[in-house]
Design a protein around this ligand. Structure first.
Ligand code: PLP
Length: 397
């Protein structure tokens, strides 16, 4: 480790709250699907800042938008009408069946908006005295208190009692458990189309369509958390489109402004009736700079057909990883995912393989001990995938 790295590490220990288990790397700059550390070492980025920089690091077009818009207007507050928000909303809503947007600053806030809207719609529009939200085991919905409650994994709630009430967890994939858990107190279901943090676990079509059907039968809201799966990641613009779902509410964030903090909650006109002026708000939500950047991100995704690219390259990558598993039995249990959201489930705990991959110049994440999580920038090339596959095969053999 270089002296500059050690110096950074020491400064951080003194200055920052210890909330993060850092990787032993400090990144200085990035470009496309490449990252460079303080010693100038080059990495192929298979993480994209956890499914965030989908159109690649440091796009000159986006830098241009930031510079231009920040000379014109940065912030006036949501007391005012703002054209940049509307331009973004039009572009975003054109990618899906939703009618209306609420913009915020992060994924957790997008889920908070979804939860609040669900409850208020149920209570004020449907006129039902209900507010419980059902989520699934292995879920991850964020780190605010309500989203920690929605997440329902003990480790994220540890030491933070009392955790807010009103959330029920049901076993992932179990439709009859879902049906049983719904009562006259239930307002909606919130689900990731592919669990990200939970180890890249995709819903099957049967499970996905079953959840939607049960929500319709029971008259409760069907909400999807697409914070990680959204914005072309899975081979469709939105992952719920993989299964022809029509959720009432969707949360988005991560890739929305390609690394600048932005979240969105999208919903149907029907459900949007749950909010009135004053019901919900945020100071920064969809400021002019972020809105202009996010609108450009959507343009790039459409122009460069990044959903199709993610689909094609994802199929290619998963096939090549599965072949590695076949050539070396007992190393890879399963390769799963959609598009460029891929989990390679190793047969053994993967810390050593992960370390060696970092050492060899590949940035990626290990989740649930055994799952190598690949969520690269969508502009990554076949050659980069091949380089990774070659090194992975070498390490597993
Ligand atoms: C990252 C993530 C969140 C939380 O987003 P933040 O921006 O960190 O608040 C919520 N849900 C899913 C599925 C995520 O991947």
């Amino acid at each position: 480790m270089s002296t500059s790295f050690d110096a950074l590490k020491q400064r951080e220990e003194k200055l920052l709250c210890r909330t993060y288990g850092r990787y032993p790397i400090a990144i200085k700059h990035g470009e496309g699907a490449r990252l460079y550390d303080f010693d100038g070492k080059e990495y192929i980025d298979l993480l994209a800042g956890i499914a965030v920089t989908n159109v690649g690091h440091c796009r000159p077009e986006l830098a241009e938008v930031v510079a231009e818009q920040s000379r014109k207007l940065v912030h006036v507050s949501n007391l005012f009408y703002q054209e940049e928000q509307l331009d973004l909303a039009e572009k975003l809503l054109a990618t899906c069946h939703f009618d209306k947007a609420f913009f915020c600053n992060s994924g957790a806030e997008a889920n908070e908006a979804a939860i609040k809207l669900c409850r208020r719609y149920t209570q004020r529009v449907q006129g039902r005295d209900a507010g419980e939200i059902i989520t699934f085991t292995g879920a991850f919905h964020g780190r605010t208190l309500a989203t920690v409650a929605a997440t329902g994994q003990a480790k994220f709630a540890d030491g933070f009692a009392p955790i807010p009430q009103g959330f029920t967890q049901v076993e992932w994939g179990n439709l009859s458990a879902l049906e049983e858990a719904i009562s006259d107190k239930t307002a909606g279901v919130l689900v990731e189309v592919i669990q990200g943090e939970g180890g890249i676990r995709p819903m099957t079509a049967e499970f996905a369509q079953g959840v939607e059907r049960i929500c319709r039968e029971k008259g409760i809201l069907f909400m999807v958390d697409e914070i990680q799966t959204g914005l072309c990641r899975t081979g469709k613009f939105w992952a719920h489109q993989l299964f022809d779902l029509k959720p009432d509410v969707m949360s988005s964030a991560k890739a929305l402004a390609n690394g600048l903090p932005m979240g969105a909650m999208l919903c149907t006109d029907e459900v949007a009736q749950g909010f009135e002026p004053g019901s919900h708000a945020t100071t920064f939500g969809a400021g002019a700079v972020l809105s202009a950047v996010a609108a450009k991100v959507v343009d790039i995704m459409v122009d460069e057909k990044l959903a199709e690219h993610a689909h094609d390259l994802g199929e290619y990558a998963m096939k090549s990883f599965r072949e590695i598993g076949e050539r070396h039995p007992g190393t890879i249990d399963e390769v799963r995912g959609h598009g460029l959201m891929i989990g390679i489930v190793l047969s053994q705990p993967g810390k050593d393989v992960w370390n060696a991959l970092i050492e060899r110049g590949f940035i990626l994440n290990l989740t649930q001990e055994r799952v190598l999580r690949l969520v690269p920038p969508l502009v990554i090339t076949k050659e980069d995938i091949d380089s990774f596959a070659n090194v992975l095969e070498e390490l597993l053999s």
